[in-house]
Design a protein around this ligand. Structure first.
Ligand code: NAI
Length: 460
């Protein structure tokens, strides 16, 4: 059955994850007619297999850490173990609540949701079963999947992806984590807190290798203190499954035995078999190519989120979804500024950043100024017993272009940091702002005082 009798809607969206549903919500708000096609559940990876469930596990892990560290705060407590079934039901209840809220929101805006597997069949239409839905514009928002390495088979039992890791019914006694990006570091952190022996294997020389080197080194030190083993600059050679788990071999000849191997070497685009190439959409290794206005080479088709090359973050998907909807409504929105997107790895300790690393800033501007403020001088950090630092990167006599932080809860501080880099504030301007005492946010204020040449709680 074709929908042609009803005429084309304004926007057909393929994929109801963060980017797709944000576009739907904004488009509907702007009085555009929208059909949102989803084969699984609205909310996508972020809500069901990514951001939300991992943060729930990380919160449970933080509670374990608090219990184990409570003596040092004068509180006697006994850790009596982890009930993974209950951890999972807590995690699932968070997802269920948010899912219900999202479904209600979509309904309240009058967005038609079509459940089923959609396939692009022309520059203006998507087929779902025998129904063809036509639109003035089509938005591809089909997201990403957990990649593996050539020849490395995921058996979903001993060799697993983050999807599997989120549904484990027990705490592994030991785990090898392959890849030290956000996914690898977050699971390493959770499992270590839960009591597992954890070994990270990373091909590049540092943990969270895309972050400023100062942050990577602080995380490496913190993870070492927590007993997380690290093989950095190490090439993975292969894995054998055994009766008890896996034996992972590195090219150096080292072997590591563990109960399971988590493969966290990145996420690839979900684009195969969806008709993109047949309709003439330009792709590169499966990623749909777009310009800064998120338009593909086919004028009626846009794409966003994990599907296009670039940052794979839910909040970027939200921003891109809003942009596409506003563009279609003729509002001339400003394209997304990918240089100033806040990034957070929610491990213990957290790593948060916005803007350029020192290395990238040096490449772009030549000379730069940097300052590192150690959380040892920050009262609230001492109360919480968290170690870490704030590093600023600035253009000499110019604006702050990068903020890099490590420490518990610094993820909550990155919102202020992003205002600083996005508004191209100068260190002296931020130094002028009064930060409440005693808060972690003071560390950001103190770092700017230091960069402006008037350090306060810093040894000379
Ligand atoms: P990633 O690309 O960030 O990290 C993968 C790591 O695996 C890289 O450091 C890479 O050098 C390493 N690697 C690749 N091949 C290897 C090999 N053969 N041997 C050893 N190491 C190897 O990907 P990740 O962590 O899987 O995350 C996927 C996406 O999801 C990323 O874009 C990430 O930013 C995003 N994400 C964001 C989160 C957050 O914002 N908190 C949480 C989870 C994921």
């Amino acid at each position: 059955m074709a929908d042609s009798a009803a005429g084309p809607v304004d926007l057909v969206i393929l994929g109801g994850g963060s980017g797709g549903y944000a576009a739907a919500l904004r488009a509907a708000e702007l009085d555009l007619s929208v059909v949102l096609i989803e084969k699984d559940k609205l909310g996508g990876t972020c809500l069901h297999r990514g951001c939300i469930p991992t943060k729930a596990l990380l919160h449970s892990a933080e509670i374990v850490d608090n219990i184990n560290e409570s003596e040092s705060f004068g509180i006697r407590s006994t850790f009596d173990g982890i009930d993974m079934a209950k951890v999972n039901s807590y995690k699932d209840s968070v997802i269920a609540g948010l899912f219900k809220g999202l479904t209600g929101l979509i309904k309240s805006r009058g967005i038609e949701v079509v459940e089923g597997f959609g396939r692009l069949v022309s520059p203006t239409s998507v087929a779902v079963g025998d129904r063809v839905i036509s639109g003035r514009h089509v938005l591809l928002a089909t997201g990403s999947y957990s990649k593996s390495l050539p020849g490395l088979d995921i058996d979903h039992d001993r060799v697993i992806t983050s999807d599997d890791a989120l549904t484990l019914d027990h705490v592994p006694a030991s785990a090898v984590v392959l890849g030290a990006g956000a996914i690898g570091c977050e699971f390493a952190s959770v499992w270590r807190s839960y009591g597992a022996e954890v070994t990270i294997v990373e091909a590049l020389p540092h943990l969270v290798p895309l972050e400023d080197e100062s942050s990577s080194k602080l995380l490496e030190r913190a993870f070492r203190k927590r007993g997380i083993a690290q093989h950095l600059g190490a090439r993975f050679a292969g894995v054998k499954t055994t009766d008890h788990g896996v034996t992972v071999s590195l090219e150096s000849g080292t072997t590591i035995d563990a109960e399971l191997l988590l493969v966290a070497v990145g996420r690839g685009p979900v684009s195969a078999g969806l008709g993109y190439e047949e309709v003439g959409i330009a792709t590169d290794r499966g990623y749909v190519l777009v310009d800064r206005f998120l338009r593909t080479n086919v004028p009626t088709v846009s794409a966003l989120g994990d599907l296009r090359p670039g940052l794979q973050l839910a909040h970027v998907g939200f921003a891109e979804g809003i942009f596409v909807a506003e563009q279609l409504a003729g509002l001339n929105p400003v394209p997304v500024d990918y240089d100033n997107v806040p990034r957070v790895t929610y491990s213990h300790p957290e790593v948060a950043s916005v803007g350029l690393t020192a290395a990238a800033a040096r490449e772009r501007f030549g000379e730069i100024s940097t300052v590192t403020y150690n959380l040892a001088g920050n009262g609230k950090s001492q109360i919480l017993k968290t170690a870490g630092a704030v590093t600023l990167v600035a253009v000499p006599d110019g604006p702050v272009v990068g903020v890099h932080m490590v420490g518990d809860r610094v993820g909550e501080l990155i919102a202020e940091a992003q205002l600083i880099t996005n508004w191209e504030a100068f260190p002296a301007e931020v130094a002028q702002l009064i930060h409440p005492h005693p808060t972690l946010s003071e560390a950001l204020g103190e770092a700017h005082l230091a960069l402006a040449g008037k350090p306060l709680h810093v040894h000379g």
